[in-house]
Design a protein around this ligand. Structure first.
Ligand SMILES: [Zn+2]
Length: 719
């Protein structure tokens, strides 16, 4: 067992040594150790029943925290690898071990003795006089246990357990079906590439070469060439490929085809693409979605909630599902006139340039034409082609700038280090240092797409900083993951502004995780309430929009010339462009999420119909027949955003409001930076998020900062 790298490592995971066959034995071993430790912890229970005052935070709660860590240490690296290097072998090994992990946490959280111990401790003298962090932990713990079914008994308890197991499998299957849904469009006629900028054409050709190469290794060179001819262009559903094509290609029909494929991930029409030999594998999430909803609803009912949304929101910053629905509806209503104006502006523009859309209807904007027409109109209105900014956003410069801003504001430092193992040669490792040169934490940056890497961008917390029982300190680690445009050979990676914003967003999460000064691991870093977690990430995005911060790093990659003021001005003017439409779209997702999970019973209504109804009521674009977005909406069906999608908008309100202090007192003012760092970034979940917010702003959040950023009038409402 000691030769198993998942069990036998000190500070950093030896990624290169981990093989699929290590996973299950390591998981089994960790679970056995954890179970043994649990029995040892619980052995105090008998005595405690008659004299509860023998219980202390150290001999009960602290030991339970450590116990959970035993399995996390094995399983977190597996989850990390799974999303970044998820080969079929690794997936299947992880899939066979996952039920054991889920079962362990299930048994643990439903073990009546564990809950009894916590309850007993909570009634001791000591528990009444804990410091605020420990008191908060105890309170959250009791609620979490209750929400995980600790107060259930008998058959209900068994059923609850089974539902959790089923949900873990369903979520995983949902994600796999979306990820495995592939589609490639191969273009050989140069006319089909009209509108595409040179770098997009180049990337598409590089992609075609990669696919041909891969295909040749599976079939033959000849066959591969027949499918993907020399110098062909390939576009697929990965965002760096899909996004620019939708924005720039002149051909409405081609974009429509691609859009429909995109909106068919995880549906009965999905297949595995060229490299999967277009296999008709069953990738359909229809019944999985229904089962996910039913299982979640049943859990809610068992716990005494009337729907899953109420259960989900019980441990969030927002007071209730009804409150959230009102919040989203209010913002949707306020944004609607602006969105309508923007929609009509696009229609007028389409007519003006006599653009022939695929449906030959000049009075309507189709979803696959929206980005294209918007880009053209943006250029006309603001003389602003988003490609013009790319040379100023060379990845290396952007990363340096991102670090420099954090250096100035938070008085920390970053160093690129070698000698720490990574899972792929593209990955870089950085360490963060405090003003006094003491090490704060370590993070991995994995920025480029790979075939087996999950799409999107995220931060995966790997180790949370905390104070150990023996007085030592554990330092934080996380992985910052993006799928940014990869530079060709000898070329620089030039980011779109959108990609820059994504990078800063994830960096905000990373800072929140890394800078935590909370003592207790479960309250550390980003483990805050869901609807608060996007505050630091979205706040960090602002530095991609402010002249003062942009000037520090946005320099032309060839000439070194700083980004011109006139260009920043255009970017800023263009920022508010189509904000109404974007707001409506985001609120649609949030309201759809609530519409699914606020149902109090299983009404057999197809989820796609619920989606169509929400879009009809709040949206401006129709749902195109033959598309099914919900089937790949992983946030609410596979991720943790079920009845929590609203948190993006919620956090935007918090973030726009919090950032107004920087705008008022200085974008790069270290005094504000430090105040923000000490009152929010370092605090994790050690206090209720509303208290943290109030301590930084001196008052509760206010929607006005966000509304005025969108160009809407100030209104007198609070969240
Ligand atoms: Zn985020």
């Amino acid at each position: 067992m000691q030769s198993n790298p998942l069990l036998n490592y000190q500070e950093f995971v030896p990624y290169s040594q981990i093989k699929p066959e290590h996973i299950e034995p390591a998981v089994i071993h960790a679970i056995q150790s954890a179970k043994k430790e649990l029995e040892d912890i619980l052995s105090i229970l008998e005595q405690a029943r008659s004299s509860k005052e023998i219980l202390t935070f150290e001999n009960s709660l602290y030991r339970l925290i450590e116990l959970e860590h035993v399995l996390e240490r094995v399983w977190t690296p597996v989850e990390n690898l799974l999303s970044l290097m998820g080969t079929p072998e690794l997936r299947s090994a992880a899939n066979s071990a996952r039920p054991l992990v889920v079962e362990f946490y299930n048994d643990y959280s439903l073990d009546p003795r564990v809950y009894e111990l916590i309850k007993l401790y909570s009634s001791t003298q000591e528990a009444q006089s804990l410091d605020s962090e420990r008191a908060r932990y105890l309170k959250c713990l009791l609620l979490d246990f209750k929400l995980s079914g600790a107060e259930l008994e008998g058959e209900d308890k068994e059923e609850f357990k089974k539902l959790n197991l089923a949900l873990a499998d369903l979520s995983q299957k949902f994600s796999e079906n979306s990820t495995d849904s592939k589609f490639e469009m191969i273009l050989t006629n140069p006319q089909d590439l009209s509108g595409l900028p040179e770098d997009v054409i180049n990337s598409g050709k590089v992609l075609a070469d990669e696919f041909r190469h891969e295909l040749a290794s599976k079939t033959s060179q000849q066959e591969a060439l027949a499918i993907i001819p020399e110098s062909a262009f390939l576009v697929n559903l990965d965002y760096p490929s899909y996004g620019p094509f939708m924005k720039f290609s002149d051909h409405s029909e081609l974009r429509k085809k691609l859009y429909i494929a995109y909106m068919n991930q995880g549906t009965k029409n999905a297949n595995m693409g060229i490299l999967g030999s277009n296999e008709q594998a069953d990738l359909n999430n229809d019944s999985i979605i229904v089962d996910i909803f039913r299982s979640k609803l049943r859990k809610a009912h068992l716990l005494g909630f009337k729907n899953y949304a109420e259960l989900s929101i019980a441990n969030k910053m927002a007071p209730s599902a009804v409150h959230v629905k009102e919040f989203l509806t209010r913002i949707a209503k306020k944004a609607r006139p602006l969105a309508e104006q923007e929609y009509n502006q696009l229609v007028e523009f389409q007519k003006k340039i006599s653009y022939h859309n695929s449906e030959n209807n000049p009075n309507k904007i189709y979803p696959w034409d929206k980005d294209y027409l918007s880009e053209k109109l943006r250029k006309e209105l603001y003389d602003f082609d988003t490609n013009i900014t790319k040379p100023y956003f060379e990845l290396g410069n952007c990363i340096r700038g991102m670090f420099d801003i954090a250096r100035t504001l938070f008085q920390i430092d970053f160093k690129l280090v070698s000698g720490i193992e990574v899972w792929h040669p593209d990955v870089e490792v950085y360490q963060v240092y405090d003003k006094d040169q003491s090490l704060i934490g370590t993070f991995y940056m994995d920025l480029y797409p790979r075939d087996i890497k999950r799409q999107g961008a995220w931060v995966m917390p790997l180790v949370s900083s905390c104070q150990n029982r023996d007085g030592s300190k554990t330092l934080s680690q996380c992985a910052l993951v993006c799928n940014l445009t990869k530079p060709g050979e000898n070329l620089k990676s030039l980011l779109s502004h959108q990609e820059l914003v994504t990078l800063f967003h994830e960096f905000g999460h990373a800072l929140h995780h890394l800078l935590s000064k909370v003592s207790l691991e479960p309250l550390s870093g980003t483990s805050v309430e869901w609807d608060f977690v996007e505050l630091p990430s979205q706040l960090q995005e602002n530095f991609c929009w402010e002249q003062e911060s942009l000037k520090t790093f946005a320099k032309h990659y060839q000439t070194g010339e700083p980004i011109p003021d006139s260009l920043i001005e255009k970017m800023l003017k263009a920022r508010a462009f189509n904000e109404g439409l974007a707001c409506i779209r985001q609120n649609e997702f949030g309201l759809f999420d609530l519409a699914v999970y606020m149902r109090e019973q299983d009404d057999d209504k197809p989820v796609i119909q619920i989606y169509k109804d929400v879009v009809k009521e709040y949206g401006l674009f129709d749902v195109w027949d033959g598309t099914n977005f919900p089937n790949s909406f992983g946030h609410i069906f596979a991720g943790g955003y079920a009845a929590g999608y609203y948190s993006y908008k919620w956090a935007e309100v918090l973030e726009a409001d919090a950032f107004s202090r920087f705008q008022k007192e200085g974008i790069l003012n270290p005094a504000v930076g430090l105040d923000y760092k000490t009152k929010i970034l370092e605090k994790g979940d050690s206090s209720p998020p509303m208290d943290l917010f109030v301590s930084f702003m001196g008052r509760e959040p206010d929607e006005n900062a966000l509304l005025s950023r969108m160009g809407l009038e100030r209104q007198g409402a609070q969240v």
